[in-house]
Write a protein that binds this ligand. Sequence first.
Ligand code: ARG
Length: 459
Amino acid sequence: KSNAMWGGRFAAGPDAIMEAINASIGFDKRLYAQDIRGSRAHAAMLAAQGILTDKDAEAIREGLLTVLSEIEGGTFEFSTALEDIHMNVEARLKALIGEPAGRLHTARSRNDQVATDFRLWVRDQCDAAIDGLTALMSALVTQAEAGADWVMPGFTHLQTAQPVTWGHHMMAYVEMFARDRSRFTDARVRMNESPLGAAALAGTSFPIDRHATATALGFDRPSANSLDAVADRDFALEFLSAAAICAMHLSRFAEELVIWSSAQFRFVALSDRFSTGSSIMPQKKNPDAAELIRAKIGRILGAQVALFTIMKGLPLTYSKDMQEDKEQTFDAADSLMLALAAMEGMVKDMEANRPSLEAAASSGFSTATDLADWLVRELDLPFRDAHHVTGTLVAMAEKKGCDLPDLSLAEMQSVHEGIRDDVFGVLGVHNSVASRMSYGGTAPDQVRAQVARWKEMLG
Ligand code: ARG
């Protein structure tokens, strides 16, 4: 038999395969709360405008609340034949309250309905991402405050470059996650317009009040063009783009934790709570959470590419292709929230291995730049000459199998006769980091200033 919602012109029902490819209820049931919220706002507006009687509107309101509690109580029976969440809710409403249920869809289409529901859902995910990022940033600031003067190697090309502080490294991620957070904030502002009342695509002949429903749903305003309102999913793409950039940052940090927790580095100990063992090698403690966080970018970026590809060739306005927006976005959002929570947990629990960080910072000729700077400052050498002298000393130390501070003054003077005893002062890693006082530099005082700034901003 034909569909009760739209089957007027149909003599036969859909093939089973048609039903399977067409139905979205398996995943869009996640929009139930947004769908009911949107319908309540719509019904209240219809009544206020005299399009619905107050009696019908009240029956609809009561009925929708019953549907909501049935879904939340797990007693609601979802039907694939009813395609999606919108028709499942409406059909149940009809069973509960009868005729007035059929009046709810006046001046509305599933096209503006789904655009509204999905916007509300993605808007909530922006808020969740902002909260998750804020919690992660706080955990990083706590680590940075504790280790504002712990020295560790700073790397370029994963080769020892210059000594930095643990706090400085943690605060680098705070800056990155802060930009991620602002991307979600910006996206939220742009997406916060109500498609409701655009109806199928052209607007409606009923005297609706789109400003009222926009306000009721927490939108800043109704969208100004009904075609645009039902046709675009750029808000989801913007969320996915912000999510992909954030996941890329999470992945880089996760990669560092994987390296740092290895026996070869021993920079950090991850907690038991965020590690797993091996079923064959009893000694193993694997950084699985970090590895999985590192992997999530694959799914999230995949979702973004999928939705771009779905959307890029669609003529205005709605096409059924757009039903495929939801699973991708749901999966990406779930992945991101889990990755953020896992990273926050790992950062809170992890313990930096100070001696090991300091030993690593003191090896690999990490203070060679400090030596070159000393030659410029004290002996007035041009930087390029100082670079060459220092390079020669590094080669000498490497040949001897020692580090720069282990060379004797006589050995140094054999390369440049002007070198004096006080050069050794700059070869120590603590002096090195303390000297990098330029704004945003790694000196502990600079790090503490950034920690204080962020503590205030994070509240
Ligand atoms: N389930 C559909 C979706 O997710 C709802 C909109 C259907 N609209 C329509 N005209 N078929 O996009």
